[in-house]
Design a protein around this ligand. Sequence first.
Ligand SMILES: [Zn+2]
Length: 294
Amino acid sequence: MKNKILKRLICTFSLILVSFSLFSFPLYKFKIDTLTSSGYKLRTVIIDAGHGQNPPGTGGHFSLGASGSYSNERDVTLAIALKLQTAIEKDMAGVKVVLTRSTPEDVSWERRSEIANENNGDVFISIHCNSLPDKVEYSHGRRIHVPDRSGKGVLLLVYGFHRTKEEESVIRKKLNEDEAVDETGNGGGDPNDPTTVILMNAIKTKYRKQSIHLADLINTEFVDHDGRHSDGVIEQGVLVLCHSAMPSVLVETGFINNPDDEAYLNSESGQDEIVASLVRALTNYKKEVEDAAE
Ligand SMILES: [Zn+2]
């Protein structure tokens, strides 16, 4: 019995070895082209304004986002996204911006990641505003909701490990469409192809690392340059992030239900400061990845 298992193990292992050696050349070639990609240039930034209002005539459930005492997350995120687009196109030569929404109307998260993937984005920046839920307190035996305005400052989210199955299917699709398939047809999106598995893991690890690094750079600008409070960089399963096959960061630009943050988020100077920090971080990131690819 034991022997049988051992035999099977040896068989499987040698099969993997053989497959690996068969496909290792195209894999290496692909790695050079698209992973370490010599001559890589960051060309396309996807900017995603979180939430939006219901398109006319739809009674559906749309993601309106958080609200403050006089403003809404969906309007603030769009204003910042539009300013960010203008600033990137002005200050970052050769970089194209694609917005996932440019009107007040909401776009589904599936469509947002589709737009990002269709346009071959190099990075995905999702703009949001944070908000704390009401606190539940008891007064004279009655439950009352008390607004909690204590949250303040920024928070950066990158996708967590627990959602990587979904990311995998997006990367696999991308591998199928890309030059990842060599002359003999190997190395494409076939999930049973060992080349695909190895490639996919390499790409996933790289995207995750780059997402965290970009989030760190953005956080540093907010804290060191703008003096904002920060809750740091955390990993979390965010649908719109894990479906985008590129380094992706969700930026919580401030707490809209905190009066100071709400004023900052709605002011021209506050929005300009946020945008300038994002552009500095993106410029540093672009330089780093392009230098590394030289
Ligand atoms: Zn949001």
